[in-house]
Write a protein that binds this ligand. Structure first.
Ligand code: ARG
Ligand code: ZN
Length: 880
């Protein structure tokens, strides 16, 4: 474990390396416990740098077992090696030289899953962000790019497959039952994109012909026997390759593209050049074992990693502060891909739900940081929803401000100017300025100022003058290290919806620039006057969620109902329905908190039920309308002093009211939204299932018996329906015999499939109420649980702490104590996983005082221990 040094890295301290790396030649002799790594590195001193400067290479838990300078033993006094650095002195002033560094590492013992490790008998690597330094001493930073040659030597019987980046050079047999393979990657790359995989795996093969007619071999490697479950991933890969050619003009650039699925992985997947490594959860799918959501995730993540080949690999980041340059942009690209492959409005609703429930709390709490941070203590902790999802929103705003054609022109310029380079956010923004002639200086604050801006709106309609006046203000709340903020450039898409449902076309707009339907807010306050508005309009604000802001506008329910019925922007229709339901959810939670009886006025449900029953709308959208804001969303809207039990009780009361009012609608939806024919994972079929499953939930709530869900469980012929039926049973009737029977049947049927057992863990870990903690502790003893596997830990412990507000936030604080113990144990093995779990405490200050104090005590308990750099960073910031 790399423990904390307290060292903070600052963006302002960036400077290029003293030495230029020309070439990398690696030889691995694989052995589970003693893998020998020989790295031949050719360097020359950068022109204009200090001729006496030593070469400083990074390491992490390494021991040096040999060092040659131009093939000769290096004199002992010329270098110093510690586990985390190798310093070499007296190097040539200008001529190139070669260092040959030998290290011996233990992949089997690598429980951090960073660097080279072994998972279920497979050797694999994870080098982003700083894993390569656990393999050999190296200038391990993203601005050091070089072509790599890699030779892998291993026992042939155990490791018939030997893979690395780039194109295959050749291979052959070696002594003592060993063999070797050599790979060459001609595209200069930073070490974080290096990958090696060895072992015995099955393969699914296909090919793709690029737009210029080159044939690319496609291979997806999975455990033997699981090949049929990789078919959907392969299909998604081919669609991604085609889409990137058509929409971004980007062609693939090697002869082969490989994906390897592994079962122990700290995150979703990794875009190593030509050799993506995936968490098997995001590769394997078939109707029996994967839900519609799993299929959608696989499609999105396959696309994401593939798209990185241009946005991340061909153009990489100068330093880790620029992480959003590749991640935010690539998330934007995968969002656009999914929107094109599926339903754009439904995709947008899902993105915004995710942003609000994950990124908004991050931006409002102690872990808030800018999309491009300017300091960090542990870079692993900055693979956040702010860098990824808010980073994507910032890219989307550039597209909104410039319009489609100029955005495309800017992207083309970016690829043209920076191909082969390690770039910065400034480089990126400059391309859009050059393409459009627009000044994006103020806009760039989105990269540097943390916190979600609040936009407040007040409207006054003057019937005599037929004018509408909007007073619009913006504020950006203070965040850690940033007390005062400047006004931002906020592109606010809006529509003025008239009584007859049409959208008004103003004859003039004064007080702010308007392009199309987008108002450009740039000042702290604007007074915007629209003329030629025939009657008082309803205001539809932030259409399609054009900016990641919170809009405060006191909407009349009648106006929201009008928008819910008539807006041409479907996202805004959904938003209006949500806004109609929110007051009821908040009032109910407040009443429950005060111990008062909950009264619900269900008039708001009319609009929701009208949309749910509207055959002209796609089922997936109708299902979204029926999905109320989550308990975490309501907590955020309440804004503090939160009691999760009261929020839960209030939401339940609202659900019950809707279930009763809409009984007829739900009955007919349940009967009519049946599948036609066998299962297909396409978006339209998934939408029908989503709508029917929403109806199942409401019908069960109204009936208050497990019968219907038990029947649905028995009849389900696909995992989407089966998992939903099980969720309804377990969450609503945890002690019913039907539930016990269904849980047992599910466990027995899928005992051999760990990814499905993860669903079983997750469903039980999220059963609301005080009983959850005991259930989670009991499940930790289940034979399928494995504390060393990140997917298992996330499905049980992660689901409990992140997705079970009442269970985790038990009034006696036992949930927090449990988490603190888990963190300390997991940290010793896998700091990244532990640190990620601990971010579940990021909103502790929003809790009512008694719970907040118990949460703080648990955090302090963690804070007092010897910790990894990862957990130290999170706990210190969370408590600050
Ligand atoms: N670059 C990977 C992606 O596609 C994620 C890598 C995460 N690495 C880490 N150390 N957390 O998003
Ligand atoms: Zn990524």
């Amino acid at each position: 474990m790399r423990t904390d040094t307290g060292r903070i890295i600052h963006l302002a301290d960036y400077r290029p390396t003293d030495f230029v790396l020309e070439r990398v030649d690696l030889t691995f002799e694989l052995d589970p416990e003693a893998t020998k790594v020989e790295a031949r590195l050719i360097f020359h001193r950068r022109e204009g740098t200090d001729p006496a400067a030593p070469l400083v290479l990074d390491g992490d838990e390494l021991t040096l077992s040999g060092l040659l300078f131009d093939q000769m033993e290096m004199a002992r006094e010329r270098y110093t090696a510690t586990p985390d650095t190798l310093v070499v002195r007296d190097l040539p002033e200008s001529s190139p030289f070669e260092l040959t560094i030998t290290t011996v590492i233990n992949p089997q013992a690598n429980s951090q899953l960073m660097g080279l490790y072994r998972s279920s008998g497979i050797y694999c690597t994870q080098c982003e962000a700083e894993g390569f330094r656990r393999i050999t001493y190296f200038p391990d930073r993203p601005d050091v790019l070089a072509p790599y040659t890699v030779t892998i030597i291993a026992d042939k019987a155990a490791n018939p497959l030997l893979l690395s980046n780039g194109n295959y050079l050749g291979g052959g047999n070696f002594d003592e039952g060993r063999h070797f393979a050599a790979w060459f990657d001609p595209h200069p790359k930073p070490a974080y994109l290096f990958a090696l995989v060895a072992g015995d795996l099955g393969v699914v093969e296909d090919k793709f012909t690029t737009m210029s007619g080159r044939e690319v071999a496609l291979k997806i490697y999975v455990e033997h026997g699981k090949e049929p479950r990789a078919a959907y991933a392969m299909d998604a890969l081919k669609r991604s390759m085609k889409w990137d050619e058509e929409v971004f003009g980007r062609e693939y650039d090697l002869d082969i593209f490989m994906i390897v699925a592994v079962s122990d992985f700290n995150m979703g997947a990794m875009e190593n050049k030509g050799l993506n490594v995936f968490n098997d959860k995001y590769v394997l799918a078939d109707p029996e074992t994967a839900t519609d959501a799993d299929y959608a995730n696989i499609e999105a993540i396959i696309a994401h990693e593939y798209f990185h080949n241009w946005t991340g690999n061909r153009i990489t980041c100068r330093d880790w502060f620029q992480l959003c340059l590749k991640e935010g942009l690539t998330v934007f690209r995968d969002h656009e891909f999914s929107a094109d492959q599926r339903s754009r409005p439904v995709k947008r609703i899902a993105e915004v739900r995710h942003l609000r429930s994950e990124q908004f709390p991050e931006d409002a709490g102690p872990l808030a940081h800018p999309v491009r941070p300017d300091k960090y203590r542990e870079i692993n902790n900055f693979y956040t929803t702010t860098v990824y999802e808010k980073g994507s929103e910032v890219t989307r705003m550039i597209a909104t401000i410039l319009g489609r054609d100029l955005f495309k022109k800017g992207m083309d310029l970016y690829f043209e100017r920076h191909d082969g380079e390690a770039a910065t956010v400034e480089d990126f923004v400059r391309c859009f300025e050059a393409a459009s002639g627009r000044d994006l200086g103020q806009f760039s604050l989105w990269y540097n100022q943390a916190g979600t801006p609040h936009v407040s709106v007040a409207a006054a309609y003057d019937a005599a003058g037929k004018t509408l006046t909007l007073e619009i203000g913006q504020t950006v709340p203070p965040t850690p290290g940033q007390a005062d903020k400047k006004p931002m450039h906020i592109p606010l898409d809006l529509a003025l919806v008239l009584e007859d449902g049409t959208i008004a076309a103003p004859t003039s707009v004064e007080g702010a620039e308007m392009t199309g339907s987008v108002l450009h807010l740039k000042e702290a306050r604007h007074k915007v006057i629209f003329t030629g508005i025939p009657s008082r309009p309803a205001l539809s604000l932030n259409r399609s969620f054009s900016a990641p802001v919170v809009v405060r506008y006191d909407q009349k329910p009648a106006d929201l109902a009008l928008i819910a019925r008539h807006e041409t922007d479907l996202f805004s229709r959904w938003q209006a329905i949500t806004d109609l339901a929110l007051p009821a959810l908040k009032d109910a939670a407040r009443a429950a908190r005060k111990g008062e009886a909950i009264q619900i006025d269900v008039t708001f449900a009319d609009a929701l039920l009208a949309v749910a029953a509207d055959p002209a709308l796609e089922p997936a959208f109708r299902a979204q309308a029926l999905t109320l804001p989550s308990e975490a969303d309501i907590a955020r809207e309440l804004g503090g002093d939160n009691d999760p039990d009261a929020i839960h009780a209030g939401r339940e009361a609202v659900l019950t009211a809707i279930a009763r009012t809409g009984a007829e609608t739900f009955g007919s939806l349940y009967d009519t939204m049946t599948p036609d024919g066998g299962y297909s994972p396409d978006a339209a079929s998934a939408g029908r299932r989503a709508l029917r499953n929403a109806a199942l939930l409401y019908r069960t709530i109204a009936a208050d018996t497990p019968a219907l869900a038990a029947e649905a469980f028995a009849k389900a012929d696909n995992m989407t329906d089966l998992a939903q039926a099980l969720t309804v049973l377990a969450h609503r009737f945890p002690e019913a015999p039907e539930t016990h029977a269904a849980l047992a049947a599910f466990e027995a049927r899928f005992a051999e499939n760990a990814l499905v057992i993860d669903k079983w863990f997750q469903i039980q870990a999220t059963i609301p109420g005080d009983g959850a903690l005991a259930r989670v502790m009991r499940l930790k003893g289940n034979r399928h649980f494995n504390e060393n596997n990140p997917n298992r830990v996330r499905s049980l412990v992660g689901a409990f702490v992140f997705s079970n507000p009442t269970g985790f936030n038990r009034a006696d604080g036992a949930g927090y104590r449990f988490l603190s113990e888990e963190i300390l144990r997991i940290d010793a093995k896998n700091p990244q996983l532990a640190a990620r779990l601990l971010t579940s405490m990021r909103s502790w200050r929003q809790l009512e005082p008694a719970r907040a104090e118990l949460a703080r005590t648990a955090l302090v308990r963690v804070e007092r221990e010897v910790l990894s750099n990862d957990v130290r960073d999170i706990v210190d910031r969370t408590l600050k």
